[in-house]
Design a protein around this ligand. Sequence first.
Ligand code: F0G
Length: 444
Amino acid sequence: MVELLKMTTRAQRLRAIKEAGFNTFLLKSEDVYIDLLTDSGTSAMSDRQWAGLMMGDEAYAGSRNFYRLEKAVQQYYGYKYLIPTHQGRGAENIISKILIKPGDVVPGNMYFTTTRLHQELAGGTFADIIIDEAHDPMSEHPFKGNVDFEKLDRIVKQHGAAKIPYISIATNVNMAGGQPISMANLRQLREYTHQHGIRIIHDMTRVAENAYFIQQREEGYKKRRIRDIVKEICSYTDGATMSAKKDALVNIGGFLATNEWDVFEEARNMVVVYEGLHTYGGLAGRDMEAMAIGIEESLDDNHMGARVGQVEYLGHKMESYDIPIVRPIGGHGIFVDARRFLPHLTQDEFPAQTLSAEVYLESGIRTMERGIVSAGRKADGENYYPKLELVRFTIPRRVYTQAHMDVVAEATQAVLKRRNRIKGMKMVYEPKYLRFFQARFERL
Ligand code: F0G
């Protein structure tokens, strides 16, 4: 189906962004023209998925749709046991509570906001083991999601494997700009973790996009289908958390999957406390049906080519306007480098937050800050100062046309032309957890 877009005047947008405390999360979607806040839950469902919604079996227990979803997860991802959850963070909560003990360390290939917070709330400390290139927006490394084994080995030697409940591996690393991990690196990690008796828990939110990059860039995978590559990725891990709102093309839903019976048994017990019965986990039967269909559609080679191709189209257009973006172009959006875009602002003046507000003001296009605000504070209250200070232009799947992408690039170029006159911001309200969602700002 198509959705009507609303165009606004500059005066209307100025009022809206002020009311929103210069935080794009606090805008009303009615005031947004092209919505690139996130690719989460914003994709368009297919005719098959809509038909699937009509086949919802809303029984409290043992819904037909649950068994269909379970079969899809086993068939396409290869994990043995499935616990549905209302979305990704529901699964993160459960796995963190089960596996992490106070004092544990969880190494991972870059943090993700909700994932790290659940690890910390369970008493763990996150340790970044991604290669240095991932923190450099200009590095052309084809697999910036790779693990740096020297960093990992240092942590294992320092704390001992017993203090490491699992290694947290994301495919197509969100905060690095949608950057993939290579199969070779993952295989090496599997060997390493087998030697040390450590699990790998896979954040598989964008696994199909990662598989696409492996197909395009890694030797030996050119002729392999995305579905086979995805299954091979999953085979090197012991369990997974999934936000099905991304790759799997649904508006809501997620799951926890594991190959270990003991973990499954405990998770099945906990899901009834936090989410819902173990055969629906906070979802309607129809949502599970749409998810099962979406999983299958996400693994289609042509779909992935079109999806990432559209992101690349926007990236190339921006580069032709000299807009500084994270290289290589990632899977789910274009990440504009706010440090280079607004070089006169210090990180404490929130360059990415400022740029995101300016893009909205210019055009009604909504983007998201992925810098110091998103990074939040450490347990001791100190701010994290991430190297990456980015604005994410996230592309929903199957929603916008290339013409919309042209408008986005042109609007960003218009902001670039007046960048010298843009002042930074100060934070005037800061919530305790995941502050980027609700923080408020004022212009300096
Ligand atoms: N892991 C990754 C890599 C994610 O990108 C997200 C969500 C989650 C876990 C949590 O899943 O939202 O279903 O609870 N990312 C969204 C985004 C919010 O905009 O990038 P969730």
